[in-house]
Ligand binder design. Structure first.
Ligand code: PHE
Length: 387
């Protein structure tokens, strides 16, 4: 036998010995009958700091409120919920780290998160590969749940939201000339811009300007000059509140008089402080209004206000709803096995604070949108649009 051969045999023997030892230990553990789990570990991921901080704080608060209510009422099948909260800072790399930490270190069995589509898109492949179900409360980009069958969401998707805005412009306002200004580095704003463009053209409208900027831009002069030159009836802004506030201000200062339209990314009290009077009259689609007359929604608004001292926005509502879906799935699974939870989640059929929820084959719920209008520094309910 050559030296190399001897070495290989020795190593193989060692490995075999180690494997036998490990399986013997395992058996011993199994013999001492593992006690039934007393807690359910659930992750929450949200941008608690950074550019979309109001989104993250609302999301964490909404989910935590429901989990605490469930614990106060006796938990899930006798188990207490323990949450592990991670801040993704609105950044995909931070999001991926949060997912890995929650799964590998904290051993969560499900994740509620996250807010921004571009960050959910970084977490989703990790959930899928590790077999840990996730439900994003508010990521509206279609690609998110297409990552795989462990990925769910609690909100409608952007093709619907873009349709709602295009319909409002062409049918309610009865105008035909629209401009679009979006963040080219964000899956959500880019996707929503494209859907609006396509739907608006299908409805007989003309897109007179389709302008973009890089993430982090705060001076929109170059794009707004071009938009001003074509005098659109509508300026569609499928962006988050901070960009929208700045764009509205700079557009009005330049003399652009177009009606501002947008999507769920506008939903923040900071929109009114940043945009001031420039954003007055702006109209956007959203997932929820605290003016909802559904009894379950009213109870949620009351409980949220009592605990946090402010009315819930759509992010808080959808995080609460996502938490409801998770708890219902674990109850019906009768187990904290992540795959059993996933299977139960796929067959969800329950009343939530926005109505009855079921998932389609791509794990998207079918839901209506509300249209809100900015009036006196607040978002006021205008109409409901069903799919
Ligand atoms: N829909 C946005 C996204 O996918 C996130 C968002 C939802 C922001 C709701 C505000 C309100 O990125």
């Amino acid at each position: 036998m050559s030296k190399r051969r001897i070495l290989r045999v020795a190593v193989t023997a060692l490995v075999v010995f180690a494997v036998l030892l490990a399986s013997a230990c395992e058996k011993k553990d199994g013999d001492s009958a593992a006690p039934a789990p007393t807690e359910v570990r659930i992750g929450i991921v949200a941008p608690i700091t950074g550019d979309a901080a109001t989104f993250g704080i609302s999301t964490r608060n909404g989910a935590q409120l429901y989990f605490d209510q469930v614990n106060a009422a006796g938990g899930i099948n006798g188990m207490t919920i323990r949450t592990f909260v991670e801040d993704d800072k609105g950044d995909p790399a931070e999001g991926a780290n949060a997912w890995s930490k929650l799964i590998d270190q904290d051993k969560v069995v499900t994740i509620v998160g996250t807010v921004m589509s571009k960050v959910s898109l970084a977490g989703a492949p990790i959930s899928q590969n590790k077999g840990i179900p996730m439900i994003s409360p508010t990521s509206t980009n279609p690609a998110v749940t297409l990552v795989g069958d462990y990925v769910f969401r609690a909100c409608f998707i952007d093709p619907f939201q873009g349709l709602v805005a295009a319909k409002y412009a062409t049918q309610t306002m009865n105008v035909r000339r629209a401009a679009v200004l979006y963040d080219a580095g964000n899956d959500y704003t880019k996707g929503l811009a494209e859907v609006f463009r396509d739907e608006f053209i299908k409805m007989g409208g003309e897109i007179v300007a389709f302008e973009s900027y890089a993430t982090g831009t705060s001076d929109f002069n170059a794009q707004l000059v071009k938009i001003n030159a074509v005098a659109p009836d509508v300026l569609f802004l499928p962006n988050y509140y901070n960009d929208v506030g700045l764009i509205a201000k700079q557009a009005r200062a330049m003399g652009i008089s177009a009606q501002f339209l947008g999507g769920d990314g506008w939903d923040s009290p900071d929109l009114f402080t940043i945009g001031g009077t420039a954003i007055e009259g702006g109209i956007f689609s959203n997932h929820f209004t605290a003016e909802s007359t559904l009894p379950a929604a009213q109870a949620f608004v009351r409980d949220y206000e009592a605990r946090y001292g402010q009315k819930p926005d759509a992010l808080a509502a959808l995080a609460y709803e996502a938490a409801m879906i998770v708890v219902d799935s674990i109850r019906r699974a009768g187990s904290i096995d992540p795959t059993a939870i996933r299977d139960a989640m796929a067959t969800t059929n329950m009343e939530t604070i926005t109505g009855r929820i079921t998932f389609d084959a791509s794990r998207n719920p079918i839901k209506g949108a509300v249209l809100l209008e900015v009036r006196n520094g607040a978002a006021v309910y205008k109409a409901t649009v069903n799919p």
